[in-house]
Write a protein that binds this ligand. Structure first.
Ligand code: CTP
Length: 403
């Protein structure tokens, strides 16, 4: 992180002392650190402490323009390669979630285009409060990344979740972040085949069976893979989404059409990511004409569709094959058995009963399991961040295969 510009926004909680430590660690690692403190943060530690450790002026007032040549909050916002809000109180999280900009920190946060990481620290009940949860969810879907608080003794006397993550861990995350940015992506020039959205299984010309998949996860993966330099083919069921620019789009309706399209592109693909919610069953008889209602109940017989992923797994030669497992219970156990059964290299599992995870929303909370059985549990993130996490894991697999 040598030479990287990190803007540290310190808000008022007892964990401010850890932000002092964080400033010291980041500076020692070679980063340029500038600090903004809220009014309440200054009740815990004086700006002088941060000034001495960062060797920069500390910013505390939007209207205290130290350099007449620039507007301080815009200048700081533009200067930053990464912004970290640590500790982040419930109050600043609430303000950010609502776009409020009433001090130096919140105006700078609105002005920056750099990635912003939020490291909450507060009492366990405050962290669990529905308003705080709602705000965190909204910020996650806006693309903010959270450094989840850890569990342990809290200054308020409680034991629970709410401790600011340890500065050493935050420094490691920052290092990983900058290392990844600088590395040429391993996906450049590779062909990534992605399936997304629901399928529709017809029963007659005007009726079909489908599911609640929005396609957002698959579209986010397509967008991020494209940004990483991949050649992307997106096989999509019906969604209301606009496909990302520069991506080849193949629109299909039924599981069978998705299967055919996937087979067509399979040999050329280096990486296949099956995020589509494919129907497992379709009506056995598809009526050519509209079914007329009759007296009494209606019985429709269903038959199995092709398990596309299973078929691709059987035909796998050079491809990296990634599946999804949306579960409501025994998530990792079921996911691992799908990984084995379908001959996958990686599976992305999520518990769709968890708040913010799964269908339709803008966020997801996943566990990525590799073929070696390694499990990585990710916090609640936007679907684009989840997509990046999945693609980064694929890069690691590619790296492993090269060695
Ligand atoms: N999948 C597929 N073709 C199907 C059904 C599922 O390719 N006909 C893929 C999905 O795209 C996903 C993975 O398989 O990547 C897991 O889907 P899921 O429906 O959860 O798994 P199933 O194997 O159908 O298991 P179950 O219904 O028992 O949970």
């Amino acid at each position: 992180m040598k030479g990287k510009n990190i803007l540290l926004c310190v808000t008022g909680g007892i964990a401010v002392f850890k932000a002092v430590h964080l400033t010291s660690k980041l500076t020692q690692a070679g980063a340029n650190v500038k600090v903004i403190m809220s009014q309440s943060a200054q009740k815990f530690v004086t700006p002088l402490t941060f000034q001495a450790l960062s060797r920069h002026d500390v910013f505390i007032d939007t209207f205290d323009e130290k350099n007449p040549a620039v507007i301080a909050h815009i200048d700081l916002a533009d200067w930053a390669d990464l912004v970290i809000v640590a500790p982040a109180t419930a109050n600043v999280i609430g303000k950010m979630a609502n776009g409020i900009a009433d001090d130096m920190i919140t105006t700078s946060l609105l002005a920056t285009t750099a990635p912003v990481w939020i490291a909450p620290a507060m009492n366990v009940h405050m962290y669990d409060h529905p308003a705080v949860k709602r705000n965190i969810e909204r910020l996650a879907s806006d693309g903010y990344q959270f450094i989840e608080p850890s569990e342990g003794f809290l200054a308020c006397g409680y034991v629970g979740k709410g401790r600011l993550e340890e500065p050493e861990k935050i420094v490691t995350l920052v290092e990983t972040f900058f290392n990844r940015q600088e590395r040429k992506t391993r996906l450049s020039g590779l062909h990534v085949l992605i399936t997304a959205g629901p399928t529709r299984e017809k029963v007659d010309p005007i009726r079909f069976f489908t599911n609640r998949s929005s396609g957002k996860m698959g579209y986010a993966i397509a967008e991020e893979a494209k940004k990483m330099g991949a050649y992307v083919t997106l096989i999509t069921g019906p969604t209301s989404l606009i496909p990302p620019k520069g991506v080849q789009v193949i629109s299909i309706e039924s599981a069978e059409e998705m299967y055919e399209a996937a087979l067509n592109y399979y040999d050329k693909a280096n990486i296949v990511i099956k995020s589509a919610a494919v129907a497992d069953y379709r009506p056995k008889i598809v009526h050519n004409e509209k079914m007329k209602k009759q007296e009494g109940p209606l019985t429709i017989e269903f038959e199995r569709t092709t398990d596309i992923l299973h078929e691709l797994g059987k035909r796998k030669n050079h491809q990296i094959l990634v599946g999804f497992a949306a579960e409501t219970n025994n998530v990792t156990e079921y996911a691992k058995s799908k990984l084995e059964r379908k001959n996958l290299d990686m599976i992305v599992a999520n518990d769709v009963t968890e708040k913010g995870a799964g269908f339709q929303g803008d966020t997801n909370k996943v566990t990525i399991i590799s073929r070696e059985g390694k499990e990585k549990v990710y916090p609640l993130m936007s679907k684009n961040e989840t997509a990046r996490a999945i693609l980064n894991e694929i890069e690691l697999l590619l790296q492993g295969d090269e060695q």
